[in-house]
Design a protein around this ligand. Structure first.
Ligand SMILES: C[S@@+](CC[C@H](N)C(=O)[O-])C[C@H]1O[C@@H](n2cnc3c(N)ncnc32)[C@H](O)[C@@H]1O
Length: 290
């Protein structure tokens, strides 16, 4: 059973689950033509349409390269680039609510002309309370209406998001709750199930954003699982890349998994092969309680 929290007031139990300074920018799928060249960025030669996941992101990328912007800020800029007012998005690890807040501001307007939907979840009550407080303090009442918070694991994304919803972005910010209990962390096996679920709900042209921390126990294992998953996504359906500081080995790594526009066909025999293999592996891991 999923618990959905209203943004303000008492917690309620919902019974209906359905409602309820060296840098590497590497592509994880072998698309040689999509290499990122930092020195040759000139806005005049960049494509002007929205086909490239990097279009319009020049300044934040350059600031990241020169250590002036964090991976989180790059992630937010990428979301902003793909999200349109009225969209549905998912925060798979709402934590202290900063990502949820950013998403609400991206999908909504205070005058309610573009509603949008933000589904946010976390397994910790403290995290949900922190998120609620931040949203209460920061949002217009109209905007608060579009957020639904769920006390659940992100492997349950498909139970949280209404069937048929067109989800533009699913964001994971892994690891532990800043300022909270550092022993409660995201786990590779449930993260993997969450990524699989995200890959099914996100629409063509949408993005799965994964911010991965490697400095805590278990972090490197999770990083490897995320990377393996991203590498296994079919190249004709996904563009997968990661941003990583090479001489700051504990800096968070940003993975961006962009679902190609209008070319994804689940009937293609090999399109989901990598996913199926990972799913099988993940179920085996869960059974063994690894
Ligand atoms: C780094 S924090 C997230 C930060 C947050 N996005 C923000 O903007 O403040 C990671 C969060 O993931 C949550 N978490 C751990 N395992 C989870 C799971 N299986 N499903 C959903 N959330 C989980 C933790 O409770 C923690 O709050």
């Amino acid at each position: 059973m999923l618990r959905c929290y209203p943004i303000s007031g008492m917690f309620h139990q919902k019974s209906t689950a359905r409602w309820s300074k060296s840098l590497s920018v590497s592509l994880l799928s072998p698309i040689s033509s999509t290499t990122f060249h930092s020195q040759s960025i000139k806005s005049s030669v960049l494509p002007t349409n929205r086909d490239s996941p990097l279009t319009g992101l020049e300044s934040v990328m350059v600031d990241y390269i020169f250590g002036k912007k964090k991976a989180t800020e790059v992630a937010h800029s990428v979301w902003k680039h793909v999200i349109q007012k009225g969209d549905t998005v998912v925060d798979a690890t709402c934590g202290n609510g900063h990502d949820t807040l950013a998403m609400v501001n991206m999908v909504s307007e205070t005058d309610k002309s573009h509603g949008g939907h933000v589904y946010a979840m976390d397994i910790q009550e403290t995290a949900l309370k922190n998120t609620m407080s931040l949203l209460d303090a920061s949002l217009h009442p109209n905007q608060k209406e579009i957020v639904k918070l769920f006390a659940t694991c992100h492997s349950e994304i498909e139970q949280v998001v209404p069937k048929g919803a067109t989800v533009r972005v699913v964001a994971f910010n892994l690891g532990y709750l800043p300022g909270g209990d550092k022993t409660v962390i995201t786990k590779p096996e449930t993260t993997l199930l969450g990524m699989m679920a995200a890959s099914r709900v996100v629409i063509s042209g949408g993005v799965i954003s994964m911010l991965v921390y490697v400095g805590h126990p278990g972090g490197m294992d999770e990083y490897e699982k995320v990377e393996t998953f991203a590498c296994g996504l079919a190249v004709d359906a996904w563009i997968c890349c990661k941003l990583q500081m090479l001489n700051r080995p504990l800096a968070p790594v940003l993975f961006l998994l962009c679902k190609r526009r209008d070319r994804f066909d689940t009937k293609r025999p090999n399109a989901d092969l990598g996913l199926q293999q990972l799913q099988y592996q993940s179920k085996k891991d869960l059974d063994k309680n690894i």
